[in-house]
Design a protein around this ligand. Structure first.
Ligand code: XIL
Length: 381
């Protein structure tokens, strides 16, 4: 009888502790799910980040900074490291903002990206006056050696060359191509590799889902590889819309780049919800868009985004992240081009003064449905 009583007590104790263990796990799971953020949700998959502007970097925008620290584990400088800002004259380097940028990334233990070394846009004017190949090479050398060297071991990943291709996959007639010929690309990558052998070196461009442009990137990477030049990744900017590009085109590019043995990154993700001038009849891309400024037809959601469009945006982001997860073995980083809708460059490009809603956080910094849906995806996977 006594023995029986003991066994029953033991059994009871065992059952109670098993139940409470189960409960504990359930509570822990619940807490985890509730506190999931972008960086924690995708921590086994890829880095998730944001472009940062002057007021993030100088610490003035404290609200956005809190969000950045909570949600992201990689940063890209939206403008401050572009040639005209960091190296405006031949012998002038401005490190004030870039030092603060790197310190911000380090404070949050983030993967720090440098954007961008060689680009035809936002270039310092003195570069456009160079007309001989040797002088251009000297200037590329001074620019890349000095900046990559200064942040050696602290900037982990560089967009070495940005937007060197035309839409048909041929090389863009930039000042670098005109003066130095196509070898400027190889030269830039070699310089960056010498200045910081451990840094990740990438080619970055827009519309890289396009089959013709994809072929151009494949050729560019192969040419570098054939010369034994280090290239680690291809950055697809990903300035997309609700309608396009198709998931199939994006997927084909992910596979084509990854097949070259390089990493794939989505470096400037945003989804415009506004009409684009080039979708309108007769509006050529090279046309000025000033004619559309102030036109209410081109700015249909100046106050809030209607639910129907909010839902479309959420579905589009969900589909895109589903594809990213399918290819997570090939994708190393997904960076949004801005922290919240109020800070997106798409409010002023390609038409000034509009109200766009392309990111995961709204103007009050609240997560949108698209955010919830992306996090939900991870809970199910
Ligand atoms: C954009 C910035 O977001 C704007 O603030 C600036 O006025 C123009 O440049 N491709 C790139 C980015 O590689 O550097 C661009 O950033 C957007 C397109």
């Amino acid at each position: 009888m006594k023995i029986n009583f003991k066994i029953t007590t033991l059994l009871l104790l065992f059952m109670v502790s098993a139940i409470s263990c189960e409960k504990k796990e359930e509570v822990e799971k619940q807490v985890n799910e509730e506190t999931l953020t972008l960086k924690s949700a995708f921590s086994d998959d890829f880095f998730v980040g944001s472009a940062v502007n002057d007021n993030h970097i100088n610490g003035k925008d404290t609200l956005a900074l809190q969000l950045i620290g909570k949600e992201f584990n990689t940063l890209t400088p939206e403008n401050i490291m572009k040639w005209m800002n960091i190296h405006p004259e031949e012998n002038t380097f401005n490190y004030n903002m870039s030092d603060q940028y790197v310190a911000l990334g380090e404070k949050n233990t983030m993967h720090i990206v440098g954007h961008t070394l060689v680009w035809h846009s936002q270039l310092a004017p003195y570069i456009n006056t160079i007309s001989d190949s040797a002088t251009m090479a000297e200037n590329l050398k001074s620019h890349i050696n000095t900046i990559v060297g200064k942040y050696k071991g602290r900037i982990h990943s560089w967009d070495v060359v940005n937007e060197a291709l035309n839409e048909d996959g041929t090389l863009r007639e930039s000042i670098f191509l005109k003066v130095m010929g196509k070898d400027y690309i190889n030269y830039a990558f070699q310089l960056a590799a010498l200045a910081d052998p451990a840094a990740e070196l990438n080619y970055n461009d827009y519309n890289l889902w396009k089959p013709e442009k994809r072929a151009g990137v494949v050729q560019l990477v192969k040419d570098l590889q054939a010369k034994g030049t280090k290239i680690d990744g291809v950055g697809m900017q990903a300035h997309w819309s609700l309608e396009g590009p198709s998931l199939e085109d994006i997927e084909n590019s992910i596979i084509a780049y990854s097949d070259l043995g390089v990493k794939v990154m989505f470096t400037e993700l945003d989804i415009t919800v506004l009409p684009n001038p080039w979708d309108l009849n007769g509006a050529a891309v090279e046309q000025s868009y000033e004619q559309f400024e102030g036109d209410p037809k081109m700015n249909p959601y100046p106050n809030t985004l209607p639910d129907s469009i909010q839902n479309k945006l959420a579905k589009r982001y969900e589909d895109i992240f589903n594809l990213f997860l399918k290819h997570k073995d090939k994708i190393s980083r997904v960076t949004f081009w801005g922290v919240h809708d109020g800070q997106s460059w798409l409010n002023d490009w390609p038409i000034k003064g509009r109200t766009n809603h392309p990111l995961l956080f709204d103007r009050k910094l609240n997560p949108k449905k698209a955010y919830q849906q992306i996090i939900e995806l991870k809970k199910q996977n």
